[in-house]
Ligand binder design. Structure first.
Ligand code: AMP
Length: 419
């Protein structure tokens, strides 16, 4: 199947060729005809499958073929969970729509609203938005959603994870009833199914290549190592392998800062990217990383979600994620669009149960080894019952010793945090 056979117009084919895309990806082959047919679509697709072009290409064409209305009201609304993803979708719209008279803009929080309001005033066909800023500006009557014909919820699962369900419901109430709905999600929890059922009409189900096919393409390796030796090990792996572009995942913002700092001190340029960083800092970090000005981007899961980093050769799980699906999302940053990549996970004894959950999910055990000089020595000592008189174990429990617990409490308070 070629892009031409999918019925895309010349201006789009030209723009696609400029991007260097040869053939549509499976999700594009499946979703583009359904969007053209005006159907509601429920698509199971994660970042890296080419899903963005799966909805932006046909929507651009539909808009370009329908005359611009007076005052250019918003005709397509694309809701996304994160600012980065929103900015990337806009970048894709600009690339694909290069030869069309379709105007797009993006609005998200964390930056001044004024330039966004100015852009909206000029009249916009496609609006990409995060829910909070969208509702904020709608409230202030800076935009109207009365003429939206097509709604896209991108990475709907992540939007629910981030607590946007109420906002999404409020947005739905502001839209005309008669419209096309497209929902993209990497996973289908009960909540996602309930949300989909609440506003999609007879949706066509579209699935990208099953996740494990993508996962199998990526070379995966596990290093068993003591927790305290992880920073030195990752530094050695990067230096030894001469890795030039590495995305590293940590579980916490504090951990991301600390690791980036340590790498810097060891002569490896690294920047952290997480929810405590300003929008400008995040944009700059990503752009420096893409340009090769910094070698390592240390990210938390939520910050990394949706980042478009093509042809990323190395992904490292400095810590194993709590949710096994996040492992698949993380390593999906490498080996994208058919390229091969390498994903390395550093696993300490406390993380072995989490690794087992991942193995269950992906259906195989990644190659596991120990690096010379970094052999794992920690042991798990079963928790002692309270009120017995035996001496306390010297080793660590699965959750770390009391000193570590106190340390964690000091840094994070009692709440466990993500992003
Ligand atoms: P996405 O899943 O939408 O985030 O896209 C992942 C990456 O694949 C992006 O860098 C796109 O530019 C790229 N991409 C999208 N469609 C194609 C295609 N048909 N051929 C090659 N690369 C593509």
């Amino acid at each position: 199947m070629s892009f031409k056979n999918l019925g895309l117009s010349e201006p789009l084919l030209k723009a696609i060729a400029l991007q260097g895309y040869k053939n549509p990806t499976p999700i594009q082959e499946k979703s583009i005809p359904e969007v053209f047919a005006g159907k509601d679509v429920l698509a199971s697709a994660q970042t890296g499958t080419g899903k963005t072009a799966g909805f932006t290409l046909p929507l651009l064409q539909i808009l370009s073929e329908n005359p611009v209305r007076k005052r250019r009201p918003i005709r397509v609304l694309i809701l996304t969970p994160t600012r980065e993803l929103a900015a990337q979708i806009l970048a894709n719209l600009d690339q694909y729509g290069k030869f069309l008279d379709v105007r797009s803009t993006v609005i998200f929080g964390g930056v001044s609203a004024n330039p966004q309001i100015t852009a909206l005033r000029k009249g916009i066909d496609i609006l990409v938005a995060t829910p909070g800023r969208l509702l904020d500006l709608e409230n202030q009557r800076k935009l109207s959603l009365h003429e939206v014909d097509h709604l896209v919820l991108d990475e709907a699962d992540r939007m629910l994870d981030m607590g946007f369900l109420r906002d999404i419901k409020r947005v739905l109430q502001l839209l005309p009833k008669d419209r096309q709905n497209l929902l993209f999600s990497a996973t289908f929890s009960k909540e996602i199914k309930a949300l989909a059922g609440s506003f999609l009409h007879n949706p066509v189900l579209v699935e990208a290549t099953p996740e494990n096919t993508t996962v199998e393409k990526i070379q995966q390796k596990v290093y068993r190592v003591d927790k305290k030796k992880k920073p030195q090990l990752i530094i050695q792996l990067i230096k030894e392998g001469n890795w030039q572009q590495v995305l590293v995942f940590t579980r916490t913002k504090y951990g991301a800062n600390k690791l980036a700092d340590k790498m810097g001190k060891n002569g490896i340029t690294a920047v952290p990217i997480h929810g405590n960083k300003s929008q400008n800092a995040r944009t700059k970090a990503l752009s420096d990383f893409k340009k090769g000005k910094v070698r390592v981007l240390v990210a938390t899961d939520i910050a990394a979600r949706g980042l478009d980093i093509p042809l990323l050769p190395h992904v490292v799980n400095f810590e194993i994620p709590n949710v096994p699906e996040d492992y698949v999302h993380r390593i999906g940053r490498t080996g994208r669009a058919g390229e091969s990549g390498e994903a390395v996970s550093l696993v300490s004894i406390e993380e072995v149960p989490l690794l087992k959950d991942i193995v269950k999910l992906i259906g195989f055990t990644p190659k596991t080894e120990e690096k010379e000089g970094y052999e794992s020595t920690d042991v798990v000592v079963p928790k002692q019952k309270q009120n017995n008189n035996k001496p306390k174990p010297q080793g660590k429990s699965r959750h770390g010793n009391q000193a570590n617990r106190n340390k964690r409490k000091k840094y994070y308070g009692n709440k466990s945090r993500r992003n």
